[in-house]
Write a protein that binds this ligand. Structure first.
Ligand code: NI
Ligand code: MN
Length: 227
C-alpha cells in the first residue's frame, strides 16, 4: 500500500484503488506549508476525533473532492449539518462496515473529542482497515490501552500507525508496548514534532523500536512510501 505523509497525524493511504485520507490537519500546520491542499486526492476522509489538529481541513477537502467523511456519529453528522459536507458515513464503537475498498472497524481510543465550535464530538476512536491488500490500524490520539490486544488477536496487521509525541497521547515507550499488543512490527509514527509539547528525538525513537525487533518509519512531510 502507498502511504503519503501530510504532517502531524494526516496520511493518505491507497487501498483497493481508493484514496483514504486520515485526520487532515494541513493548512494550519507550519511544518506542512509545502503541501498543496487543493491537490490532495480523497475518496474517503476518516476522522478519529473532533480536535482541530485532526480535522482542520476535512470539510474543505470533502467539498473539493466529494469524499465521504467516515467518523463517529457526532462528527460525521456535524460535518453534514454544520459544514455542508454531502457524503458522510457515521459509525460507533465495535461496529464495522464494508466499503468498496475494504472493511472499516471503529475501535476504542482513550482521549477527548470536543469539536472546534464547542459541540460535543462524541468519544474519540481509531480505525482498523481490512482489505485484500492487508490490514492496518490507525489509532488516532490515544493512551496505551489493553483493548489493543484484541486488535492483535483479531487481525494480522501489515502495518500500523502509532502516536509517538507523548503529553497528549502515548509516548515512545508506550507506543512500543502498543505495537506488541497489536502484534505488529511495522510501525509508522504520527503525532510528533508539530508543537513544542510533542517534539521527539528521531534516532532515539528508532533505536527503541529496533531494540524491540520493530521497524519504525518516520516519513518526511510530502513523502510517499510503499509499505
Ligand atoms: Ni486530540
Ligand atoms: Mn491531537
Amino acid at each position: 500500500m502507498n502511504i503519503t505523509y501530510y504532517g502531524h497525524s494526516c496520511f493518505g493511504v491507497e487501498v483497493g484503488g481508493k484514496n483514504l485520507l486520515f485526520d487532515p490537519f494541513i493548512s494550519p500546520n507550519e511544518l506542512a506549508k509545502k503541501v498543496d491542499v487543493t491537490k490532495i486526492k480523497a475518496d474517503y476522509i476518516l476522522i478519529s476525533h473532533g480536535h482541530e489538529d485532526h480535522m482542520a481541513d476535512a470539510a474543505s477537502i470533502a467539498k473539493q473532492t466529494n469524499a465521504t467523511v467516515i467518523a463517529n456519529y457526532e462528527i460525521a453528522v456535524w460535518h453534514n449539518a454544520k459544514q455542508g459536507v454531502k457524503n458522510f458515513h457515521p459509525m460507533n464503537f465495535g461496529g464495522k462496515w464494508k466499503f468498496d475498498f475494504g472493511t472499516v472497524k471503529f475501535v476504542n481510543a482513550i482521549h477527548s473529542s470536543t469539536l472546534p465550535d464547542g459541540t460535543g464530538g462524541g468519544n474519540p476512536g481509531g480505525f482498523v482497515v481490512d482489505s485484500t491488500e492487508g490490514s492496518f490500524y490507525f489509532p488516532g490520539d490515544t493512551a496505551l490501552t489493553y483493548d489493543m490486544k484484541l486488535i492483535g488477536e483479531q487481525y494480522k496487521l501489515k502495518f500500523s500507525f502509532m502516536p509517538l509525541g507523548d503529553n497528549f497521547t502515548m509516548g515512545i515507550d508506550d507506543a512500543v508496548k502498543a505495537s506488541d499488543f497489536i502484534q505488529c512490527n511495522n510501525i509508522v509514527g504520527m503525532h510528533y514534532d508539530t508543537f513544542g509539547f510533542i517534539k521527539i528525538d528521531h534516532n532515539k525513537a528508532k533505536e527503541k523500536f529496533s531494540k524491540a525487533g520493530k521497524n519504525l518509519h518516520l516519513l518526511e512531510i510530502g513523502e510517499t512510501k510503499n509499505i
